[in-house]
Design a protein around this ligand. Structure first.
Ligand SMILES: [Zn+2]
Length: 503
């Protein structure tokens, strides 16, 4: 879904040479009382988070969204769950977040899919976009406030490319494509290589990166606009430079600045996007020179680490490639997958295993059982949240989203509640205060309530009813429906098939 940078070789080697990841970040004591501290890839430091908004309340946040050419895999969703955690934690800390996530619906792999299926661009991408939002809902991701699609922002993209041409940072090549000139941009006093230290000598002309980009002046120059080629079929737009389509990087610059302004607070993505995608986004956006003086395009760049599956890089040939749908079909719940994805610090690699997923299920059951007991004791009582799990959780998360310490705060609290329940010393009011604290914690963790498990015998009856319906034995189907109702369950026929629910 999030495609790898297209210009590999030199650039890829530079990208993979980037490894400044301090293990132990020591936060000075005086910063501990100053609220959220966050690691900024731009400065390579843990810094206090301070919004640009003079009132200190509103926060603009952009996360590179999915490329909708296939179903999302679990590695993609690690990034989106991370972005969701950042948004939820900022909201927990009282910020008012405007969350923007683009949909990349014009791109090489999409165009290949359109060509192979004979569908229109819109028909092809809408299928995967719809699947993406279903998956996002299964993982309890909050819906971004703004979900712009690239294909609906071609006008804005063309305007941005025109502006870069006017400022002398872009040029039209003989093939009709438009490229960004890194050399001219640097000569004007801008810095290319803000997120990682680049050796610009290695980016000078010489080795051509790929044969279809022979027209560039320099190897590192990247396409803002790609001239129409026969393989593009009907996927093209008119532009001042002829028929063509936007490059991938420019989509994000145009859409983030449209919805958040030319300078905003937070930009998130997976670490594989640091170079060239995010570096090029900075060049395009700062090259347009729309920012108030002294302000960068983005103040804080946050990057999530890779996901390994069963200890290895995920790949179809190794048989360790999971879409979210694969895991749901194996009977895992979205909240179990979410819990596992949130178990490691976002800057550490996470090894995703099916065994880990089963362990996540066990841990969640302990939590759910405790909450269920608290509910039984609380009854109708209502109370203000208990402060102590919240204080400990906040202190942990303020330190660059230290989820390990955050979960420790939760599970130590569960143990204490369980002891108090066992010893029979919780009043309804105390139980209600504990539940209120959990609701605040869960506004960040986003686990929600467990889905009720349907007993196997009930599922078997529902299947039998479905068979009867298929065989047009409606009398039998109705009799089974009655039987299910007698046992307290009802069957709802949905577009995705029958679903059994408690009556
Ligand atoms: Zn992007």
């Amino acid at each position: 879904m999030l495609p790898l940078p297209r210009q590999l070789s030199t650039q890829a080697r530079l990208a993979f040479a980037w490894r400044p990841r301090p293990r132990a970040v020591i936060v000075p004591w005086f910063l501990k009382t100053m609220g959220l501290q966050i690691f900024n890839t731009r400065t390579r430091r843990v810094e206090p988070f301070k919004p640009l908004d003079p009132s200190g309340r509103r926060v603009g946040m952009y996360c590179c969204g999915p490329t909708v050419y296939d179903y999302g895999h679990i590695g993609n969703f690690r990034t989106f769950v991370f972005a969701d955690l950042v948004r939820r934690y900022l909201e927990f800390r009282g910020y008012e977040v405007r969350h923007v996530m683009n949909i990349t619906d014009v791109e090489d792999k999409i165009i290949r899919g359109v060509r192979e299926t004979g569908l229109s661009l819109q028909e092809y991408t809408s299928r995967y976009e719809k699947a993406f939002w279903e998956d996002a809902a299964a993982l309890h991701l909050l819906t971004p406030h703004c979900r712009p699609r690239a294909a609906e922002h071609i006008g804005e993209i063309i305007k941005l490319v025109q502006r870069l041409m006017e400022r002398g940072f872009a040029y039209k090549a003989p093939d009709g494509s438009v490229y960004f000139s890194i050399e001219r941009y640097c000569r004007a006093g801008h810095r290319y290589g803000q997120l990682l230290n680049l050796d610009l000598d290695q980016l000078r002309p010489g080795a051509r990166v790929s044969s279809d980009e022979y027209a560039k002046d320099a190897a590192a120059d990247f396409a803002l606009w790609k001239a129409r080629s026969p393989e593009d079929g009907e996927v093209y737009w008119e532009s001042p430079w002829g028929e063509g389509r936007p490059g991938w990087h420019i989509e994000c610059s145009a859409m983030s600045m449209k919805y958040l302004g030319p300078s905003f607070d937070l930009h998130l993505g997976g670490e594989d996007l640091i170079f060239p995608h995010h570096e090029d986004e900075i060049a395009q956006s700062e090259g347009a020179e729309l920012q108030p003086s002294g302000r960068p395009f983005v103040n804080y760049w946050l990057h999530g680490a890779h996901l390994l599956v069963e200890g290895r890089k995920m790949s179809k040939s190794l048989g360790n490639f999971f879409t979210l749908r694969d895991l749901l079909a194996q009977g895992f719940a979205g909240r179990e997958i979410r819990f596992l994805l949130l178990s490691a610090h976002y800057r550490d690699p996470l090894n995703f295993t099916l065994q880990g997923l089963r362990a996540a299920r066990g841990a969640l059951e302990r939590l759910d059982d405790c909450l269920q007991s608290l509910r039984e004791i609380a009854g109708d009582a209502e109370a203000e949240p208990q402060p102590e799990p919240l204080d400990r959780f906040t202190a942990a998360m303020d330190e660059n989203l230290n989820v390990s310490a955050g979960w420790a705060a939760v599970f130590d609290w569960v143990r204490e509640q369980n002891r108090a329940i066992r010893e029979g010393r919780l009043t309804p009011n105390q139980a209600a205060a504990a539940l209120a604290a959990w609701r605040r914690l869960d506004s960040v963790w986003g686990l929600g309530e467990p889905e009720e498990k349907v007993p196997e015998e009930i599922l078997a009856l529902a299947r039998e009813r479905q068979e009867a319906r298929k065989a047009r034995d409606f009398q039998r189907a109705d009799a089974i429906r009655e039987e299910l109702l007698r046992r307290g369950w009802r069957v709802e026929d949905t577009p995705k098939g029958p679903r059994v629910k408690r009556n």
